[in-house]
Design a protein around this ligand. Structure first.
Ligand SMILES: Cc1ncc(C[n+]2csc(CCOP(=O)(O)OP(=O)(O)O)c2C)c(N)n1
Length: 807
């Protein structure tokens, strides 16, 4: 019998302390297993809708948790409940509250009931939306369901340690709550099948290139739902596949460790050693944890007997990691069989109790709402139509586990049944329903954006100032001077992207800034859009202010999942528990050909709610938006107009300081006959057309909306339409894309319909991608003649006598 692991005392513990820590670990493992078993039952008996659990992965996670220190971060997936329990980041009661979708941040701090079970996270922000001292806690970034989606942000979480260690400007007191000289490790976890995803490989390569303290664990149970490893991984082993990534004496790379998921002492030793190296030397490490199992199958959606052989199932039983840990503890005289039985029995009782507390709390809050609704239903029963209300009420009370939707639905039906009657009872019921609706909107719909006092909508605008002798320069110089001022002002700001560093960007907007601020502030990256965004998310989660550049808007599509699934919904899915205030800087709209003229606005509008989408028409406006977002704690995409870098603009004297408000259009030209609403590069086209229309006797009001999300918050466009009674929406997206969005905003949201004398019109690019060359552009994107003809036809339709036909 070993007196301790591998003949040495683990992590400086005495044998007795070590023994107690193993017993503690065993208790956590048992609790976690009982939580899984009980959780599945809760789903199968209808108390919860879906369950996915961490059974079969417990023991390795205990070992990982032993190496996880304050200040460290996790970026993982749904199997990690044992790690979360062992690290003290999740209680069993909270685990069940999430399973029941309890919409209360105190009961379910990870997502306030918004995410299905197994989506872990810790609250990095205080109640005011400001960062807590992250070095005083162990931290977990917020999980998402797309497998592999946790990888890109892991890169940024790890890179932050390197920056905090190597950049002396980040040693100031105000950054002390984010890092202790970069000693923090970013722990990643991923299932073996999900290593087939491109995001895994892109992250792995980037972290190897950057040499950051990232410790990835691959939980290998041989399957991705039903699909076995042989269809997932080359050489059927991720560690074998990754041998080329391994570091050598000559070249940096990864330290790669393999270990069996049931071998507790080896796991503890391996994590101890691997994480120490990662922390100290900032070497990325990968732990390939093999021979894991799934005692209950993948999730509650199906049974694994359908695709695992009898032999495999028998092996999984024999090599169950808790069983093996137990055998080892008995063989090592750490505990006797009966002592372990007792721990297990206590764990079972503890879980049962925690489950009950979670369920009771969940039900009690609904019950009090049901009681309030019942009183209103009672009162409505006395009105004509009361019979229907009585049966609605009876139906509600017959339901076994009434939910909030049942309460709301019952009230709505009762009000429908008693409609048309003036009575104080109805008024009271209507008022109660409205306040209940408000409560549920807050429960299920708050925190799309930051709700802290530093949110972007609260930033005070500052106008650009021009001296009498303000120089006129190439527009890209305005941005360059602005970035210079921002880097100077915010030591926590950094920018990175393809060609951003050494040459200062493909359009020279960062020219000379790497020289001035160093390679840790203005960085080149590989061609890897998804992890450029992930890098930004992870850095922003740890208090830095990244400007992540996607070289052309057309290539944002490579990063779409990371932006949509991770960044855009971060505040929402944690109900304000986390934020990643980063700027995605890109350039788009028309320039040249299919892949350098993109303006996929409807794609962005449809997938990035939670981000602000800013579409400046020139670089002066763009700079103003960078300044606003930097002064806030929100995240935004800023699209610089690709064909505007060499256009001449005046240099404001308060560069780096002026701030443009979001959601406030600018009237570029006043007119009485028709309102044209547009943004971005189309502004110049529309302005040219407006000048030509003036000569034809048409007075055009041109409105640049400037930001699509948010959109014209003061309804300035409506005021314009009240004057012109006609509106034309112009952009470069596909038909039914960005123009349809603006149409909906103005007609429905601003109620402009009543002021129109003819239907609104949209003018967009063609449905196909823009062809190459000047003619390709002309026949693909809206041009000045198109705008002229469309607007002219609109005014002609209202006044044919005054405007003869052109064609
Ligand atoms: C991008 C994406 N594709 C598919 C799914 C559906 N899905 C959920 S879990 C899973 C299997 C994952 O297997 P593995 O990575 O080995 O993790 P395990 O569940 O075995 O721990 C799949 C295909 C998903 N969630 N995300």
């Amino acid at each position: 019998m070993d007196t301790n692991i591998s003949g040495k005392t683990t992590a400086g513990l005495t044998y007795e302390d070590f023994k107690q820590s193993v017993i503690h670990d065993y208790r956590i493992a048992c609790e976690s297993r009982h939580a899984s078993l009980t959780g599945r039952k809760e789903v199968l008996t209808g108390k919860a809708k879906f369950g996915i659990f961490g059974d079969g992965k417990e023991v390795a996670q205990l070992a990982m948790a032993r190496a996880f220190k304050k200040g460290d971060f996790r970026s993982g997936y749904y199997r990690d409940q044992t790690f979360m329990f062992a690290s003290g980041l999740l209680t069993v009661q909270e685990f069940f509250a999430q399973l029941y979708a309890t919409p209360d941040v105190n009961a379910e701090p990870a997502s306030a009931g918004r995410l299905m079970n197994g989506h872990f996270s810790t609250r990095l922000l205080d109640d005011h939306g400001q960062f807590r001292d992250l070095t005083a806690s162990k931290n977990s970034s917020a999980d998402i369901s797309p497998t592999g989606g946790q990888m890109p942000r892991l890169l940024g979480l790890a890179l932050a340690s390197k920056l905090y260690r190597q950049n002396p400007a980040l040693q100031q007191d105000k950054f002390k709550r984010f890092s202790v000289t970069g000693n923090e490790v970013a722990f990643g976890t991923i299932g073996d099948a999900s290593t087939s995803e491109g995001l895994f490989w892109e992250t792995l390569n980037a972290a190897g290139v950057l040499q950051v303290p990232m410790a990835i664990s691959v939980w290998d149970d041989g399957y991705g739902i039903s699909v076995p490893q042989k269809y997932q991984t080359i050489k059927h082993s991720i560690s074998d596949a990754l041998r080329g990534f391994e570091k050598t004496d000559q070249r940096p790379g990864y330290s790669i460790f393999t270990c069996k998921g049931w071998d507790y002492p080896a796991l503890v030793d391996t994590y101890d050693k691997g994480v120490a190296e990662c922390r100290e030397k900032h070497t990325p490490v990968l732990f390939h944890i093999q021979e894991m199992t799934q005692p209950q199958g993948h999730s509650t959606s199906g049974s694994h007997e359908r695709y695992k052989s009898k032999e495999r199932l028998k092996w999984e039983d024999d090599f169950d990691c808790i069983r093996k840990m137990r055998e080892w503890m008995i063989a090592s005289a750490i505990a006797t069989e009966s002592e372990l039985d007792e721990i297990d029995a206590k764990a079972k009782a503890f879980v049962a109790d925690a489950r009950k507390r979670a369920w009771d709390a969940h039900r009690n809050s609904i019950k009090s709402e049901l009681d309030a609704a019942s009183q209103h239903l009672n009162a409505l029963q006395n009105l004509p139509g009361g019979d229907t209300v009585a049966s609605i009420r009876a139906g509600l009370h017959e339901k076994p586990d009434v939910e909030r939707r049942d309460i709301t639905s019952a009230l709505r039906h009762a009000l429908r049944a008693t409609r048309g009657q003036a009575s104080p009872e109805r008024d009271a019921a209507v008022r109660w329903l409205a306040s209940y609706d408000q409560l549920n909107t807050e429960r299920y719909g708050s925190h799309l954006h930051s709700q802290s006092s530093s949110n972007a909508m609260s930033v005070q605008p500052i106008a650009p100032v021009y001296l009498a002798d303000a120089p006129t320069v190439d527009a890209r110089e305005v941005l360059q001077a602005n970035f210079d001022a921002l880097l100077n002002k915010y030591p926590e700001m950094l920018s990175f992207g393809e060609d951003v560093g050494h040459i200062g960007g493909v359009n020279q907007t960062w020219a000379g800034l790497q020289e001035k601020y160093g390679k840790l502030r203005v960085m080149d990256t590989g061609i890897r859009e998804a992890t450029i965004i992930g890098q930004g998310i992870g850095l922003a989660l740890r208090g830095l202010r990244p400007v992540a550049e996607i070289q052309y808007l057309d290539y944002l599509i490579y990063a779409l999942t990371v932006i949509s699934d991770d960044l855009a919904c971060l505040q929402y899915r944690t109900k304000g528990g986390q934020k990643a205030p980063m700027i995605i800087s890109t350039r788009g709209h028309r320039l040249e050909g299919v892949w350098h003229s993109g303006s996929p606005i409807s794609m962005m509008l449809g997938s990035m709610r939670g981000l602000y989408l800013l579409t400046p028409r020139n670089m002066t406006q763009a700079a103003g938006f960078y300044n606003t977002i930097m002064a806030s704690d929100d995240a935004a995409v800023i699209i610089e107009p690709l064909n505007g870098y060499r256009v001449k603009e005046k240099m404001p004297s308060n560069i780096g300081e002026y701030r443009l408000p979001l959601g406030v259009p600018e009237i570029l030209r006043e007119g009485d006959d028709i309102t044209i609403v547009t943004y971005g590069s189309c502004c110049r086209i529309v302005m040219d057309a407006a000048a030509q229309l003036e000569q034809a006797g048409v007075s055009v009001e041109v409105m640049d909306v400037q930001t699509l999300l948010p959109f014209d918050i003061n309804h300035m466009i409506l005021e314009s339409i009240k004057k012109t009674n006609k509106v034309l929406f112009v952009d470069e997206d596909v038909p039914g894309g960005g123009t349809a969005y603006m149409y909906q905003q103005v007609i429905e949201d601003q109620s402009a319909f009543d002021y129109l004398e003819m239907p609104p019109v949209t003018l967009s690019a063609k449905a196909h991608r823009p062809a190459y060359g000047s003619d390709g552009d002309y026949f693909s994107k809206p041009n000045t003649e198109d705008v002229f003809d469309t607007a002219y036809e609109m005014v002609r339709r209202c006044n044919p006598g005054l405007f003869p036909p052109v064609y």
